[in-house]
Design a protein around this ligand. Structure first.
Ligand SMILES: [Zn+2]
Length: 76
């Protein structure tokens, strides 16, 4: 007797792994939607990119891209 460990289940979403990385939750669509990226602002400290929903255009996120290597990288 004794229980056997359940076999590892195939993750049905694994095939979308690459795609899922660009999915962001859209409050308007109420689901994760493909995110489009656009350059919003160019700042001395880095470029501000904005992500928006590919379906309705609602802003779903943003990030600052620090291209400059002048700033010292502080590693804790
Ligand atoms: Zn949307």
């Amino acid at each position: 007797m004794g229980k056997r460990a359940a076999p590892p289940q195939q993750d049905p979403e694994s095939q979308f792994g690459a795609l899922r990385a660009s999915l962001l939750f859209c409050p308007k669509c109420r689901q994760a939607t493909p995110a489009q990226e656009r350059l919003l602002l160019v700042l001395p400290t880095g470029n501000l990119h904005e992500y928006f929903c590919a379906q309705c255009g609602t802003t779903t996120g943003s990030r600052t891209d620090n291209d400059q290597n002048d700033a010292p990288i502080i590693v804790p």
